[in-house]
Ligand binder design. Structure first.
Ligand code: ZN
Length: 319
């Protein structure tokens, strides 16, 4: 059985869908690759952003719940997510974020790499981390950001936990991660298998308050598995280790199983297939409201409840 292939997607909560699209699609240059609804709550959008085709390891997904109050960071959650940029792109991003009205935190060095922290419109903590490591993805040529400055998929997520070991054991014993180093109270784990989204950091915060879920909170992180067969192997392996895992759920663009880490963070294992071009051509990704077959009969009512999202033309980013 192979280790998981790193991060597949990250799902978070937003409040205003228009601000969310503006920020990810137009400012960060992460293409809106799918506009669908929350299958468990079809009155809410489910927006997916990624590279040109939504390659696993680049996929950020949002539920914009309009009346959600802001979350508060704390233990038991994924408290930050990071994208990789090339080292020479740091100046571009500092200027471009500033020009876009987004304030950034102080630059830091972490495991020898430059880190630029900032937040999305709902306060979700984001980081840009410099790296020259290979990143196999499909550059969005029609996006606002040039190829050399574009985000290179996920770098890492940071979990805030009361205890390191129980969740670290789940990562290393069940999912194939390796411990690769610590810096202060930060413990880093690395996946094998591909070249984007390979790192999970655990920040050890004993006795600190639990997070409060809300807008700007990360709902769950999904790990990447190649196909349904391998996913079933993980399902069985986790159940044998007495981890409570859901049955396989059809998420239309991938298949998913969910389980909670000992520290309370919601994890998912998702398949690479079928992917986002499954129900609309690459050129049209994100431009139609897509519904799964079981919701198609309710389309008129669903469309009426959702605020309209019109994608503006993309303007090149000039800082
Ligand atoms: Zn998910």
């Amino acid at each position: 059985m192979k280790p998981v292939q790193g991060l597949h997607h990250i799902t978070a909560v937003a409040s205003n869908p228009h601000k969310n699209v503006e920020f990810y699609h137009h400012v960060l240059g992460q293409r809106l690759v799918k506009k669908t609804v929350n299958f468990d709550d079809p009155g809410t959008y489910h927006l997916y952003y990624g590279d040109e085709v939504g390659t696993p390891g680049t996929i950020m997904t949002y539920f914009p719940w309009q009346h959600m109050r802001p979350g508060r960071r704390g233990n038991g959650e994924t408290a930050a997510m990071a994208y990789t940029i090339r080292p020479q792109a740091m100046g571009f991003w500092q200027n471009w974020l500033k020009k876009s009205g987004i304030s950034t935190g102080e630059r830091q060095t972490r495991f020898g790499q430059d880190v630029l922290p900032f937040t999305d419109p709902d306060g979700l903590p984001l980081e840009l981390i410099t790296s020259d490591d290979p990143a196999t993805l499909q550059f969005w040529a029609d996006g606002p950001i040039g190829a050399s400055d574009a985000l290179q998929g996920f770098h890492s997520v940071t979990l805030w936990l009361d205890q390191v070991e129980p969740t670290a054991n789940l990562l290393t014993q069940q999912l194939g991660y390796r411990f690769i180093g610590e810096e202060g109270n930060r413990f880093r784990y690395k996946a094998d298998g591909n070249d984007i989204g390979l790192f999970v950091d655990i920040l050890h915060r004993p006795g600190q308050p639990q997070g409060q879920f809300g807008a700007g909170s990360i709902h769950h992180i999904a790990f990447r598995t190649v196909d349904d067969t391998e996913q079933l192997e993980y399902l069985q392996k986790l159940r044998q280790a007495r981890v409570q895992v859901t049955p396989v759920q059809d998420r239309q663009y991938f298949h998913s199983i969910y389980f909670r880490s000992p520290g309370g963070v919601l994890f998912e294992i998702a398949t690479d297939a079928p992917g986002f071009p499954y129900d609309e051509p690459v050129a049209e990704l994100g431009t139609h409201l897509k519904l799964p077959s079981w919701l198609e009969q309710h389309r008129p009512a669903i469309e009426q409840r959702l605020p309209e999202i019109e994608l503006k033309p993309v303007a090149p980013a000039i800082p």
